[in-house]
Design a binder for this molecule. Structure first.
Ligand SMILES: [Zn+2]
Length: 342
């Protein structure tokens, strides 16, 4: 089968299309004929080399998988060949202190399909049957693949870690990103006043179409002041940020007293000078969020099926153009997901 294989970390050329053996499912696993696999910033980070930990190479990336079950391993009883599915991308131990208390995203054995084991950027992939979710008939395979990582991440950030309440104000940073495109919709559905930042008038219109009340162009003017003006000088209750060092100093100014900054990524950098006094003086809370639970994903899918939230697909590419997909993510030209279609 054809697969996008990473044999060493590096620039976009490090991702190579190769012919590799079709894998066989072991006990409790299924083989999926991949129909679509979305790219995430995670794929870029893995390619460049991890900020911490070790990535086992060679690796077939891709954690956002939708396809048809092609073969069943022993012991798999609830699925049939030909079933259309999408895949919850986290692998956790299920027995540690954190899994047992319902917080599998903090499992010390936590692994991600497409990061620690081979993923869906290939014609076939193997996943545990326990990670399967039936694909809603209303979604195409491309749309289904556009959801798992960003849907579970946005729900977990806003609703679990951020504890968003109806009537609060939310800022979604970088509205063109996949997590942001879901975050805008979930926050709006939850009854929040939704602000967003983005880089162009065209993206601002798309963010408004998803439900953002006001969108500020961070390339034009002082968006923090604009948010303060829009909230009578108060600031916002909750900020969803996966940009990192480039936006945190501004985020902290845009937060209301008692405000919460929820972070799930840092692709602009991981460090910046921090005035600690502003944290305690204004009683700010900084909250980390790492992925999401199976239930976070299925709850968001329920909103999708009910028509309240929709996947946002920017570009669909064949596997042969996977490097172009990486380029789109790295240069920030996208609004929503870049999906590889088979
Ligand atoms: Zn665990």
């Amino acid at each position: 089968m054809t697969a996008a294989v990473l044999r060493q970390h590096g620039d976009r050329d490090a991702v190579q299309l190769e012919q590799v053996p079709i894998p066989e499912p072991a006990y409790g696993e299924v083989r999926i004929r991949v129909k679509a696999c979305a790219l995430n910033w995670l794929d870029v980070g893995i390619r460049r080399g991890p900020k911490f930990g070790v990535i086992p190479l060679p690796l077939i990336g891709g954690g956002d998988i939708a396809g048809e079950i092609d073969a069943l391993g022993a012991g798999v009883e609830n699925w049939r060949e030909g079933d259309a599915v999408l895949v919850y991308p986290l692998l956790t131990c299920g027995v540690c202190e954190f899994c047992r208390r319902g917080e599998p995203t903090t499992c010390p054995q936590h692994r991600i399909i497409g990061e620690h084991v081979d993923g869906g950027l290939a014609e076939y992939t193997i996943v545990p049957a326990a990670n399967l979710i039936a694909k809603p008939e209303s979604l195409s395979f491309v749309e289904a693949a556009a959801l798992p990582v960003v849907a579970m991440t946005a729900w977990h950030m806003l609703m679990n870690i951020g504890d968003l309440q109806a009537g609060e104000s939310v800022l979604i940073v970088g509205a063109g990103g996949g997590v942001a495109s879901l975050g805008i919709q979930i926050a709006r559905f939850a009854g929040a006043t939704v602000f967003a930042t983005t880089s162009s008038a065209e993206k601002a219109e798309r963010a408004k179409a998803l439900g953002a009340h006001e969108v500020f162009n961070y390339r034009e003017g002082d968006w923090v002041q604009q948010i303060l003006d829009a909230t009578n000088g108060r600031g916002v209750d909750l900020i969803q940020d996966n940009v990192g060092a480039a936006t945190w100093p501004h985020d902290l100014r845009a937060l209301a007293r008692n405000g919460r900054l929820v972070v799930c990524g840092s692709h602009s950098g991981t460090t910046f000078p921090l005035d600690i006094a502003q944290i305690y003086h204004r009683q700010l809370r900084i909250l980390g969020s790492n992925g999401g639970t199976f239930y976070d994903l299925t709850r968001t899918l329920a909103l999708v099926e009910a028509g309240h939230v929709r996947p946002v697909v920017d570009t669909v590419l064949p596997l042969e153009q996977i490097r172009e997909g990486h380029r789109l993510l790295e240069e920030g030209e996208h609004f929503g997901k870049v999906v590889i279609s088979f």
